[in-house]
Design a binder for this molecule. Structure first.
Ligand code: ACO
Length: 398
């Protein structure tokens, strides 16, 4: 929508594009999406193949470095991440100061921002070795901070990381170990979480990646930039949607209430959460993979009765003209909440489960930004609609 606007009294050409729907803010070689066809690729590899064959840390390496790692590259990468999972004891104390009922995303946001105060060298963003160490630290410490936030709300002592476990199994162990002394995560559930982590690792210029890039463009340290991404992800229209899906399913309560609920959505009373996407105008490919994972998880945990309501909503919506005309399909959040609930996560943790894997995507984009000679400080134009030069009015004349 190219229009002419008056800028300082002169006519100048600018695009007015709220939400940057049609404006590319950067060049990127990391993630490719074709929303019309429902295609998602990391560094050219289809998401379906990565979800089937790889681990989360392998995918994180791919996103950050551009190629799948050889065994000789993967082993030290996994070793380094595994050996940076501990956080400074003072950061633990810092977290203990949060209110007992603080939202885990709020705690994660603040504690990741606080990490920059523990690693002042992190501001040397142009030094590749220093930058690499911060990337390792962030990817390694996110599950620890996420698990501490969870235990904090539960009023339970924090569980320290274990270097003998995989990335996802370690996270599950930090969440639940002491509540069940014999706790050993079921391998099928560990794999389901691993798949969800792979699916959430990156998604090109979504709101939180855009926030990370905007903050990163000021050349601040990566902890501060990622904390900004966590802030953006916290919003209900972005990472908060799967929590909203579950609340919606609970409110609907029974399959027989689905048609009435759909009518309400069509009348504009509310949105069908977990449906629609800024980019996908087709089935979100991540939703297809998650739908399959739902069956594997429910085989272990037993079926959640909310699944039937979700399936009925999907069935009716996919045949209804309102949704068809607007190309509204299930997105990644429609079924992920059901899996998280089956894995025993309370809804407040859902967005944390998104933030942990998305950290690799944010950092891959941050690294790309820092090394892109064409990048400038993010500073969009505005279309000024207010008054022009007015004389100050004294208090007794207003
Ligand atoms: N339910 C009902 N109607 C919807 C929905 C929905 N979930 N999503 C969009 N629409 C309608 C809008 O009302 C609008 O209709 P209109 O043309 O008659 O006014 C039309 O579809 C286009 O909607 P926009 O808001 O312009 O689409 P946009 O691309 O800006 O929004 C968004 C995308 C925010 C994701 C939206 O679809 C939405 O709010 N969905 C529900 C929340 C959700 O599931 N978010 C998760 C997204 S995935 C993620 O962040 C990982």
């Amino acid at each position: 929508d190219l229009k002419q606007f008056a800028v300082d009294g002169e006519r100048a050409l600018a695009t007015y594009d709220p939400g940057f729907v049609n404006t590319a803010s950067c060049k990127s070689a990391i993630t490719y999406i074709d929303g019309e066809k429902g295609i998602l690729e990391y560094r050219g590899y289809p998401i379906e193949q990565l979800a089937e064959n790889s681990t989360y840390l392998e995918v994180a390496y791919l996103l950050l470095n551009g190629e799948l790692p050889t065994q000789e590259q993967l082993d030290p990468w996994v070793y380094e991440v595994t050996n940076h999972t501990f956080v400074h004891e003072s950061l633990k104390t810092f977290m203990q100061g949060f209110r007992h009922d603080a939202h885990p995303m709020s705690m994660l946001n603040s504690s990741v921002a606080a990490l920059s105060s523990f690693y002042p060298e992190a501001n040397q963003i142009k030094d590749p070795e220093v930058a690499e160490l911060q990337i390792i630290r962030l990817i390694a410490k996110m599950p620890t901070l996420g698990a501490f936030a969870y235990r904090h709300v539960q009023g339970k002592p924090y569980v320290y990381p274990s270097n003998d476990l995989s990335y996802t199994a370690n996270f599950m162990s930090m969440l639940w170990k002491m509540s069940e002394p014999e706790y050993k995560p079921d391998e099928r559930l560990v794999r389901a979480l691993e798949i969800l982590f792979i699916l959430h690792a990156d998604h090109e210029q979504n709101a939180s990646a855009n926030a990370v890039r905007a903050i990163g463009s000021t050349q601040v340290d990566p902890f501060t930039a990622v904390a900004g991404g966590i802030g953006a992800l916290y919003g209900p229209l972005h990472g908060g949607a799967n929590e909203a899906v579950l609340k919606m399913l609970r409110r609907i309560g029974d399959v027989k209430n689905v048609p009435g609920f759909i009518e309400g959505v069509k009348n504009g009373d509310e949105r069908l959460m977990g449906f629609g996407h800024r980019v996908y105008k087709n089935y979100d490919p991540r939703a297809t993979i998650i739908k399959k994972a739902v069956d594997d998880v429910f085989e272990v945990t037993g079926v959640n009765p909310l699944l039937k309501i979700a399936q009925e909503l999907e069935k009716i919506a996919l045949e209804d003209e309102y949704f068809v005309k607007r190309k509204l399909y299930p997105n990644v959040d429609f079924y992920s909440g059901l899996i998280y609930e089956a894995l025993q996560f309370p809804p407040e943790m859902f967005t944390v489960l998104f933030a942990i894997p998305r950290t690799s995507g944010w950092l891959a984009q941050w690294k790309e930004l820092v090394n892109d000679p064409e990048q400038k400080i993010a500073r969009p134009k505005q279309i000024y609609t207010g008054y022009r030069t007015r004389d100050f009015v004294p208090m007794n004349k207003r």
